[in-house]
Ligand binder design. Structure first.
Ligand code: ATP
Length: 318
C-alpha cells in the first residue's frame, strides 16, 4: 500500500484524512485589484506537516467541530471555522442534511502563513464527500474549494503547482524532480494575512517593492531537480518586506537560521513562520538542533516537500 493510501482509513461511519501544509516557493504579489484581491503569481509546494481531519456520523443532526493539537485554543469552533464552512457547503451542494462531527487534530501551526485553515477545509471536503458517498469529479471538488478560499484548491491536490489569479487558478503540470528539506520555524509574532497585504500596498505607495512575476527560472530549476543550493537564490516572497516591516523581530529569527548554516531564510506566505532551506534531511535535522535557532523560534519542525494532498490520495477510490 502506498504511503498516501496508508494515511487513510475508512471504517463505517468515520473517514480520516491527513492534509499537508502549503508553502510558497515563489510568491509574487501584484497591485490591489478593484475587487479587493491582489493578482498573484505563486509556486506552491505541499510539505510534510499534516493536520488530521476525522469526520464521523452522529445521531444528532447538524454539524459540530472539535479541535485538538498545536494551537487548538486559537481555532474557532463556530461558523468561522473553514472546515465547518466546507462541510456546510458540501451538504448544500450534495442535498445532504448533515449529522456529523468533524474533529481537527492540528499539527500545522495556526495563523502561521501555512494555510492550515485552508488545508482543513480541503480535507473536510474530501472526507465528507467520502462519508456521504458523493461521487464528485475533480472539477466539482475544485470549484467548491475555490469558493472557500484562494489556497483551498491547491490544498486539495498538494504536490507542486503554479497559481495565478488570486492564487486559485492552478497549473499542476509542473515537474518537480527532487524533494527539498525545510526547517519550519514558528514565531511568537502574530501577523494576519489582510494586515500583511495592507502593508504591501503601503510600501508600494512609497515605491518600495514591486511585483515579481518571473517564475520561469525557478520552474526550470525544479523541473531539472537542481540541488537545494541552486534553488535557494530563486526563492521569492513579495510579502517578506511587509512582514518584516510589521514585525522587525522576524529579521533576527531569519539571521539565526542563516548563521546556523541554512541555505536560505524565507518567510512563509504572509508570515510569521520562517522557512529555512537545508541541503538534505540530515542538514535539516542538524539545523533544527542549533541552539541559537531554537532560542529565536517558538517551535521548529523538520519537513520535506512536495507531498500529495487529500484529493490525490483518494484518486483511486472515487
Ligand atoms: P491564511 O490562510 O489566512 O493566510 P494562515 O495560513 O496564516 O491564514 P491559518 O492557520 O489558516 O493561517 O489561520 C488563520 C485564522 O483562521 C486563524 O487565526 C483562525 O482564527 C482561523 N481559522 C478558521 N478555521 C481554521 C482552521 N480550521 N484551522 C486553523 N485556523 C482556522
Amino acid at each position: 500500500m502506498s504511503e498516501a493510501l496508508a494515511r487513510h482509513s475508512r471504517p463505517t461511519g468515520t473517514v480520516r484524512v491527513t492534509v499537508p501544509a502549503k508553502i510558497n516557493l515563489h510568491l509574487g504579489v501584484g497591485d490591489l485589484r478593484a475587487d479587493g484581491f491582489h493578482d498573484l503569481t505563486t509556486v506552491y509546494q505541499a510539505i510534510s506537516l499534516y493536520d488530521t481531519v476525522t469526520v464521523s456520523t452522529s445521531d444528532r443532526s447538524g454539524l459540530r467541530i472539535t479541535v485538538t493539537g498545536e494551537g487548538a485554543d486559537q481555532v474557532p469552533t463556530d461558523e468561522r471555522n473553514l472546515a465547518l464552512k466546507a462541510a456546510k457547503l458540501l451538504g448544500i451542494y450534495g442535498h445532504i442534511s448533515p449529522a456529523a462531527v468533524i474533529h481537527l487534530d492540528k499539527r500545522i501551526p495556526v495563523a502561521g502563513g501555512l494555510a492550515g485553515g485552508s488545508a482543513d477545509a480541503a480535507a473536510t471536503l474530501v472526507a465528507c464527500a467520502q462519508l456521504w458517498n458523493l461521487r464528485l469529479s475533480d472539477i466539482e471538488l475544485e470549484k467548491l474549494a475555490a469558493g472557500l478560499g484562494s489556497d483551498v484548491p491547491f490544498c486539495l491536490r498538494g504536490g507542486i503547482a503554479l497559481g495565478t489569479g488570486r492564487g486559485e487558478e492552478l497549473n499542476h503540470d509542473l515537474k518537480a524532480a527532487a524533494t527539498y528539506h525545510w526547517v519550519v520555524a514558528t514565531s511568537q509574532a502574530h501577523i494576519s494575512t489582510p494586515e500583511c497585504y495592507r502593508e504591501v500596498d503601503r510600501l508600494r505607495a512609497n515605491d518600495i517593492g514591486r511585483y515579481s512575476y518571473h517564475v520561469q527560472p525557478l520552474l526550470k530549476a525544479l523541473e531539472a531537480g537542481l540541488p537545494a543550493e541552486e534553488i535557494a537564490p530563486l526563492l521569492v516572497n513579495d510579502m517578506e518586506a511587509a512582514a518584516v516591516s510589521l514585525r522587525p523581530e522576524l529579521s533576527s529569527l531569519m539571521h539565526a537560521g542563516l548563521d546556523a548554516g541554512a541555505l536560505a531564510a524565507h518567510v512563509s506566505g504572509s508570515g510569521p513562520t520562517v522557512l529555512f532551506l537545508a541541503r538534505d534531511e540530515a542538514h535539516a535535522r542538524s539545523l533544527a538542533k542549533s541552539p541559537k535557532l531554537r532560542a529565536s523560534a517558538k517551535a521548529l519542525h523538520v519537513a520535506h516537500g512536495p507531498v500529495a494532498g487529500p484529493a490525490e490520495q483518494l484518486t483511486g477510490s472515487r
